[in-house]
Design a protein around this ligand. Sequence first.
Ligand SMILES: NC(=O)c1ccc[n+]([C@@H]2O[C@H](COP(=O)([O-])OP(=O)(O)OC[C@H]3O[C@@H](n4cnc5c(N)ncnc54)[C@H](OP(=O)(O)O)[C@@H]3O)[C@@H](O)[C@H]2O)c1
Length: 271
Amino acid sequence: MANYKYGFIGAGRMATALACGLVEAKLATPAEIVASDPSEAGRAAFAEQVAGCTVETNNTKVSTSSATVVLAVKPQAMTAVLAGLGETAANGPLFVSIAAGVTLEKLEAGLGGDARVVRVMPNTPCLVGRGASGYAGGSRATADDLKRVADLLEAVGIALELPEHLLDAVTGLSGSGPAFVYTMIEALSDGGVLAGLPRNVAHQLAVQTVLGAAQMVATTGQHPAELRDAVTSPGGTTIAGLEALEQGGMRAAVVAAVKAATSRSRELGQQ
Ligand SMILES: NC(=O)c1ccc[n+]([C@@H]2O[C@H](COP(=O)([O-])OP(=O)(O)OC[C@H]3O[C@@H](n4cnc5c(N)ncnc54)[C@H](OP(=O)(O)O)[C@@H]3O)[C@@H](O)[C@H]2O)c1
């Protein structure tokens, strides 16, 4: 019987966000969470955010005492971390990796034994409870394991189960997408400044416009083109702006950005 419901190996930003999500969603109490990290500052920050949890320096203690073990270290650290856990892998915890680009094959081989593994591609908005994640089960992951991972990820956003080969596309869209949208927000704000608004006013309006537009699509369920048509009056201001966007190739540039990020994810995964 595991002492903890959830163990985190690596107590950094993503681990903290997921643990806080679990507590907020009442999927675990802080007393049911443990995390290990070599960095004292990392452990202290995690313990402060998840007040009442246990922190550790020993990864093996986490993996042998938790029902679900979230591998939340950087991809470069993963091989060494897995090698250190090798002997404990067959003891039964579900391993959930959130490391970008580390394949199920590598995770299963690194853990050895009969480890049950799920690979997740999350994104940074998990840190504010608005994440968009894709996940894929390994060869021994059960339906219950996938449900457990969906619950964990849905505590900090939305989560979609996909075949593993699509996780590169998830990386290209929702993994890298926040950076594309930040660029859009910055450009909207620049446009406002060019049109005469003070920077702080332009920034606030740009942020709220992107939040509001996304919320409109999510809440109404209408196609973005339908919503766009509804605000585009004949000979009006919006159609003048849309013409400029088409001339600038905005739509093609965004499609190409997702495609380029997906290809890069594939390349990095093969290294
Ligand atoms: N942030 C995102 O939006 C995002 C999105 C998608 C995927 N991911 C993935 O999520 C993972 C974590 O990202 P993050 O942003 O949370 O990184 P992070 O804040 O740097 O957290 C990683 C933590 O792991 C610790 N660590 C390093 N070696 C370790 C070891 N051997 N055993 C235990 N802990 C160890 C690090 O300590 P030190 O600081 O002392 O090295 C650090 O505290 C990465 O694999 C990343 O690819 C993140």
